[in-house]
Design a binder for this molecule. Structure first.
Ligand code: NAD
Length: 296
C-alpha cells in the first residue's frame, strides 16, 4: 500500500518513522516544516509536494496536526484531503479533536467515497518513539479491521471504541483526568513545600500511598529538576481540556473540577508558559507563593 503522512511533528514524526521501520508500505510525507519531513525521508519516505498531491497518490492518508482548525483546513480546504483523495481510499486522523469535528470530517470524506477513522493516541512522545502508544479508534468495524495491522505497526494497543466520535470521547475523558490529576498534584506539592516538608520524602510517601498517580510522578520529576521543556505542551493541554468542556456543555454535565483547571492553564498561558510542558502549571503556584518546588 501507499501511505501518506501529513504532519510529522512531535507525535506524527515518530509514528511515521515506526510505519517506515515496521512495514513494507511505501510512505510519502508532507509537513510545512521541511526539517520535520526530512527526519522521515532520511529513513526512506518520499517527500510529498503538497497535501493535495499526497492525498491523490495514497491508499491511506494519516494526519497528526496540533490544532483542530489546522486539521479542518488540511482535511476540508480546497487543496485538502477530501477534495483530492481517491475514492476507495481511507483517511485516518491521529490528532485530538472534538467528536463534532470528527463527525464533520467523516461526512465530508463519505461524500467523496473516502472511508474515515478517527484515531487519537495516548502515550506521549516517548510512547510514540517506542511504538507503545494506545490508539483509540472511532469508525465502522469493517474499516477498522482493514486498517488494524497498519495501526498496530506503531502502537502497543489498538482499541476500537465505537463509531466516529467515540475515539474523541475516549481521548478527551482520558486527558481531562490526566490534567485534573496534574493540577491536584501541583497544588499538593506546593502545599507540602510551603509547609516545609522535604519534597523527596513527600514524593516517596505519596507514590506509595493512595495519592499516587502518573500525573504526580511526572509533575514531581519536572518540578524537582526545574526542567519544563515540552513533552506535552501546555497549549495542547489547554486545547484538549477546553474540548472536553465543550463536550460537557453539549451533554449537560455540570463541570465542577475541570473548569478550575481550565482557569489554572489560562493563568499559566498568560505567564508565557504555553509552549512549556503542561507540568509548568506548577509555576502559577510558585509565583503566588513566591517559592519554587525544586528538590534539594
Ligand atoms: P506538533 O506541533 O509537534 O506537530 C504538528 C506538525 O504539523 C508540525 O510538524 C507542523 O509543522 C505540521 N503542520 C502544521 N500545519 C501543517 C499543514 N498545514 N500542513 C502540513 N503540516 C502541518 O504537534 P504534536 O505534539 O505532534 O501533536 C499532534 C496531535 O497529537 C495534537 O492533536 C495533539 O493534541 C496530539 N497529541 C500530542 C501528544 C504529545 O505528547 N505531544 C500526545 C498525544 C496526543
Amino acid at each position: 500500500m501507499k501511505i501518506g503522512f501529513i504532519g510529522v511533528g512531535n507525535m506524527g514524526g515518530p509514528m511515521c518513522r515506526n510505519i517506515i521501520r515496521n512495514t513494507n508500505h511505501e510512505v510519502v510525507v508532507f509537513d510545512v516544516n521541511a526539517a520535520a519531513a526530512e527526519a522521515c525521508t532520511a529513513l526512506g519516505a518520499a517527500m510529498g509536494e503538497s497535501v493535495a498531491a499526497v492525498a491523490a497518490a495514497c491508499d491511506v492518508v494519516f494526519t497528526s496536526l496540533a490544532m483542530p482548525a489546522v486539521v479542518e483546513a488540511v482535511a476540508l480546504g480546497p487543496d485538502g484531503i477530501a477534495a483530492h483523495a481517491r475514492p476507495g481510499s481511507t483517511y485516518i486522523d491521529l490528532s485530538t479533536n472534538s467528536p463534532a469535528t470528527a463527525r464533520k470530517l467523516r461526512a465530508a470524506m463519505a461524500a467523496r467515497g473516502v472511508a474515515m477513522l478517527e484515531a487519537p493516541v495516548s502515550g506521549g512522545v516517548t510512547g510514540a518513539e517506542a511504538g507503545t502508544i494506545t490508539i483509540m479508534v472511532g469508525g465502522d468495524a469493517a474499516t477498522f479491521e482493514a486498517q488494524r495491522p497498519l495501526l498496530a505497526s506503531f502502537s502497543g494497543g489498538v482499541v476500537h471504541v465505537g463509531e466516529v466520535g467515540m475515539g474523541s470521547v475516549a481521548k478527551l475523558v482520558n486527558n481531562m483526568l490526566a490534567f485534573c490529576n496534574m493540577a491536584a498534584a501541583a497544588e499538593g506539592l506546593m502545599l507540602g513545600a510551603a509547609a516545609g516538608i522535604d519534597l523527596d520524602k513527600l514524593q516517596q510517601v505519596v507514590m506509595s500511598s493512595s495519592g499516587a498517580s502518573w500525573a504526580f510522578r511526572s509533575l514531581a520529576a519536572k518540578a524537582f529538576a526545574g526542567d519544563f521543556k515540552a513533552g506535552f505542551a501546555l497549549d495542547l493541554a489547554y486545547k484538549d481540556l477546553r474540548l472536553s468542556q465543550e463536550l460537557a456543555e453539549e451533554v449537560g454535565l455540570p463541570g465542577l473540577v475541570a473548569p478550575q483547571v481550565v482557569a489554572l492553564l489560562r493563568m499559566a498561558r498568560a505567564q508565557g508558559l504555553g509552549a512549556s510542558d503542561m507540568s509548568a502549571m506548577i509555576k502559577v503556584y510558585e509565583g503566588i507563593m513566591d517559592r519554587d518546588t525544586r528538590a534539594p
